[in-house]
Design a protein around this ligand. Structure first.
Ligand code: ADP
Length: 269
């Protein structure tokens, strides 16, 4: 690619054809460039945990060591292997999204997906000394893929906990706004600087690479969240104040269901 057709002459129909073909070639070029960048970034990300595994193994093999040191090395190896497998899962999910795989549409209760994600995040929150508040959660249903939807809230809540220091708070709510369910994940964490804000939904982008790597981040969570929300005709956005906290907001067209259990109360997990 890179070659372009020359215009045939002014006002000619061939001109229009050349222009259209050139525009198509430009788009194909851009798509190839994006794919190349994605592959290069993915290879780079895979190398980091692989290098760590190799170093741990090499050091352990150098000379006899006390058993506790071997155990420590193996623990790091397991941690890095976990990161590799998380990365592989996420890359696979993104490539399926890129391929435009048909969405498995089933009725999914958004409020239940949020509650389950919060229950899963409660363990990490407890360990990190972050309090997690859940609700009110307005009952709402979408036609979508339950695993993908769950992944959105898992990613947002994981991040909120991960980027909030001990003693801070994470709160998640769901409310109705017209025909849409609006889910907000709010934290009192480190926040995101203004120049980083427009880029955090980009693949592999990290505002603070060392913190992200330390906490096992892949730099893919938010790009997955955005891809999934958009597949469900929704939008995702963020507001953040560095040093004060961040609020991620997901809005998805939904059907609002009766709530026999009266679950829309605020509660702590
Ligand atoms: P990662 O795996 O690095 O967390 P994500 O795609 O989930 O990747 O997030 C991209 C970047 O956005 C993170 O590296 C971090 O810098 C920033 N970020 C995401 N969520 C938050 C948050 N709740 N508070 C502060 N920064 C955040």
């Amino acid at each position: 690619l890179g070659e372009r057709l020359a215009p045939a002459g002014p006002g000619d129909e061939l001109d229009l054809l050349a222009e259209t073909l050139n525009a198509m070639l430009d788009r194909i070029d851009q798509a190839f460039a994006a794919t190349r960048r994605f592959t290069a970034d993915a290879a780079h990300e895979l190398r980091t945990p692989l290098a760590a595994i190799r170093t741990e193994a090499e050091v352990a093999l150098l000379a006899p060591r006390p058993p506790e040191e071997y155990r420590e090395a193996l623990r790091s190896v397991v941690e890095e292997a976990d990161r590799l497998s998380r990365l592989a899962d996420r890359l696979l999910l993104l490539s399926r999204e890129d391929a435009g795989r048909a969405l498995d549409r089933r009725p999914v209760r958004l409020d239940e997906a949020v509650r389950e994600a919060a229950e899963a995040a409660a363990v990490a929150a407890g360990r990190a000394g972050v309090s997690l508040r859940v609700g009110p959660l307005c009952p709402a249903e979408v036609a979508g893929d339950p695993d993908l939807i769950r992944q959105v809230f898992d990613n947002l809540l994981d991040n909120a906990v991960k980027y909030t220091p001990a003693g801070g708070e994470v709160a998640v709510t769901a409310r109705r706004e017209g025909g849409r369910a609006v889910i907000e994940v709010r934290d009192t964490g480190v926040g995101i600087a203004g120049d980083a804000l427009p880029r955090i939904f980009d693949r592999f982008y990290r505002a603070d690479p060392s913190r992200s790597r330390r906490t096992g981040g892949t730099g893919l969570g938010l790009s997955i969240a955005r891809a999934v929300v958009e597949r469900h005709e929704g939008t995702i956005g963020v507001e953040s104040d560095p040093g004060v906290g961040s609020t991620f907001r997901v809005a998805i067209p939904a059907r609002f269901v009766e709530d026999p259990g009266g679950r829309s109360r605020a509660e702590s997990v």
